[in-house]
Design a protein around this ligand. Structure first.
Ligand code: SF4
Length: 151
C-alpha cells in the first residue's frame, strides 16, 4: 500500500510493503505515528523537525519524506493523470492509460527548473493512492514510475 501525507512543509511517503514494524517512527514521534488509528500518520501533532528525525530513523525505508516546496499534487481523473501545480502554473504530470487490465503509467514529466524536488515521486504516489482506493491494478511502461513501483 502506498500513501502520502502532507503538512505545509513536508510530504511523507509510506510504503506498507517495506515496513518491518520496528516502531522507530512511533517511538520518535508518538503523536504523529499512531498505529491503529485512521489515518495512522497525522502531521499536525508535532514539529516538522521531530517528524523528520523519526522518519530518518526508519530502518526499512517504508517511511521517507521530502519538502513540499509549496507545490500541490492533485488527481485529475478527467485527463487520466496526476498534476503538480505551483500557484496557477502546472509544473509536472504523470499520465496513465486505462484498459481492462488496469492503469498503465506511460509518462511522468516535471518542468525544467523543478527537478530534484521529489515532484515526480509525488505524482506517481498520487496515482498509486487513487488506484489502490479503487482496487485498480497499476503497471508502468514509464521507466521512472516503474522504478517507484519496484522500490
Ligand atoms: S520505523 Fe519504519 S519499519 Fe519501523 S514501524 Fe515505522 S515505518 Fe515501519
Amino acid at each position: 500500500m502506498h500513501r502520502m501525507y502532507e503538512n505545509e512543509d513536508i510530504v511523507v511517503f509510506w510504503n506498507s510493503d517495506k515496513c518491518i514494524h520496528a516502531r522507530r517512527c512511533v517511538d520518535g514521534s508518538p503523536k504523529t505515528f499512531c498505529p491503529g488509528q485512521k489515518p495512522w500518520v497525522n502531521l499536525g501533532n508535532a514539529e516538522t523537525k521531530e517528524i523528520w528525525q523519526a522518519i530518518s530513523n526508519c530502518p526499512s525505508g517504508a517511511l521517507t519524506c521530502l519538502y513540499r516546496h509549496g507545490i500541490d499534487v492533485i488527481f485529475d481523473a478527467g485527463n487520466s493523470r496526476s498534476v503538480a501545480i505551483e500557484g496557477e502554473k502546472e509544473v509536472g504530470e504523470c499520465v496513465y492509460q486505462e484498459s481492462e487490465n488496469g492503469w498503465n503509467i506511460y509518462h511522468t514529466g516535471v518542468s525544467a527548473g523543478y527537478q530534484g524536488k521529489g515532484i515526480a515521486k509525488r505524482l506517481v504516489y498520487k496515482l498509486l493512492e487513487e488506484a489502490e482506493h479503487s482496487g485498480v491494478n497499476v503497471t508502468a511502461t514509464c521507466s521512472y514510475a516503474r522504478k517507484v513501483l519496484e522500490e
